[in-house]
Design a protein around this ligand. Structure first.
Ligand SMILES: [Zn+2]
Length: 251
């Protein structure tokens, strides 16, 4: 888009700034968020806001019709410019683009059981940061994650799994081996999934490419929890939300 078009949209830019402030500072309902206009994405904050607005549309059933026409596809042949990377789980109930109501070309999606950080997923994330200039990396866990559940079983049971299933589970075990005592099983699972998200975010930040981009403020790295039953995504954005120091964690 050229400068002229931006100039014509001055009013909406102003509205967008107001809306950006509203989402970050007030408790809007999902329905209200769904009606906000998605910003032109240049910053990590705008990328996160776009994900929030898209999920609010999905949550409230007001999705924008998707354009997979031949014309739309051809327009994307030369290059891709996704604004966000999402490291999510392979679970069939967690389709990333649908949850965030985004189109082809919007999201760089990596899916692996348990949304774990390992060589393959790290390589994909490094690529998206170095070559695609994405603005935010989201590690997204979800309600009822089977991989996290498997990692919560005792070692004897886990040892019956095949080699590469164990490889994945081993990447989750440290996240769930020291959970606070929670009696309610649903709440306990949620805590386990979020603990895994926090630890994977922590792991991701140890990566040099990620750390450099963070330091230059080119990207944000955040966590997310997708609740299958409601369709809502909860975002973990602050240092406190993402702290893996158990003594600081309170839900
Ligand atoms: Zn899962």
């Amino acid at each position: 888009m050229d400068g002229k078009a931006h100039h014509l949209e001055d009013q909406s830019v102003l509205e967008h700034d107001l809306e950006l402030g509203r989402v970050f500072q007030t408790n809007l309902t999902m329905r209200e968020v769904a009606q906000l206009k998605a910003p032109t994405i240049q910053t990590a904050e705008e990328a996160i806001l776009t994900l929030k607005i898209g999920n609010a549309r999905f949550f409230s059933g007001t999705q924008v019709p998707s354009d997979f026409s031949a014309v739309a596809r051809r327009a994307q042949v030369i290059t891709q410019t996704p604004f966000a990377v999402v490291l999510g789980c392979s679970d069939s109930r967690v389709p990333t683009e649908i949850i965030y109501d985004q189109r082809a070309g919007d999201l760089f999606v990596i899916r692996v059981a348990g949304n774990v950080v390992e060589a393959g997923t790290l390589g994909s994330i490094e690529y998206s940061i170095n070559h695609l200039k994405t603005r935010v990396v989201v590690v997204m866990g979800h309600e009822g994650c089977g991989a996290v559940q498997a990692a919560m079983q005792d070692e004897a049971k886990r040892s019956f799994e095949s080699q590469y299933i164990q490889f994945l589970i081993d990447r989750i075990v440290p996240s769930v081996s020291n959970l606070p005592r929670i009696r309610d099983s649903k709440a306990r699972m949620r805590e386990a999934v979020i603990a895994n998200v926090r630890r994977q975010v922590h792991q991701l930040k140890q990566n040099q490419v990620v750390a450099d981009a963070l330091q230059k403020k080119e990207i944000a790295v955040i966590g997310a929890y997708y609740e299958i039953s409601s369709g809502a995504v909860d975002f973990l954005e602050s240092e406190r939300d993402l702290s893996i120091d158990d003594s600081e964690v309170s839900e």
